[in-house]
Design a protein around this ligand. Structure first.
Ligand SMILES: [Zn+2]
Length: 126
């Protein structure tokens, strides 16, 4: 004789008993969505946090461009002081001088010496 509890199924999200098809995992769509949202939360948070850093970096470059121009040497220390995070960028594009340009979307920078960089603007992606 099989134990009756053996056949009982419980919602993966809210633990309520499920009635209906044997392969059902959730009591309803709300529980299914809540469960999947919960599963995706860590990666969603990671993406949101990285996007936020990239957006802030871009904002700093944009702000600097308002007070300087694309030919000017900008102290790297100034970017640091504004909270620029150098390890976050969207892509690298080599400048005409063959140096790596580190971009946050359309704005970036390239090092011109140990202490100075130049701001780059490249609106189009190839
Ligand atoms: Zn449920």
């Amino acid at each position: 004789m099989l134990n009756e509890n053996y056949h009982r199924k419980y919602c993966v999200q809210c633990s309520k008993e499920i009635r209906g098809r044997a392969d059902k995992k959730f009591c309803n769509e709300i529980c299914r969505n809540q469960f999947h949202n919960k599963q995706k939360a860590p990666v969603n948070n990671l993406v949101r946090n990285i996007n936020s850093v990239l957006g802030r970096n871009r904002g700093i470059l944009e702000e600097l461009l308002r007070t300087t121009d694309l030919k000017a040497r900008v102290p790297i220390e100034l970017l640091s002081r504004k909270g620029f995070r150098f390890t976050y960028f969207t892509h690298i594009k080599t400048t005409k001088k063959g140096e790596p340009g580190y971009y946050c979307y359309d704005l970036g920078y390239t090092l011109v010496s140990e202490d100075y960089c130049r701001i780059l603007y490249e609106p189009l992606l190839e």
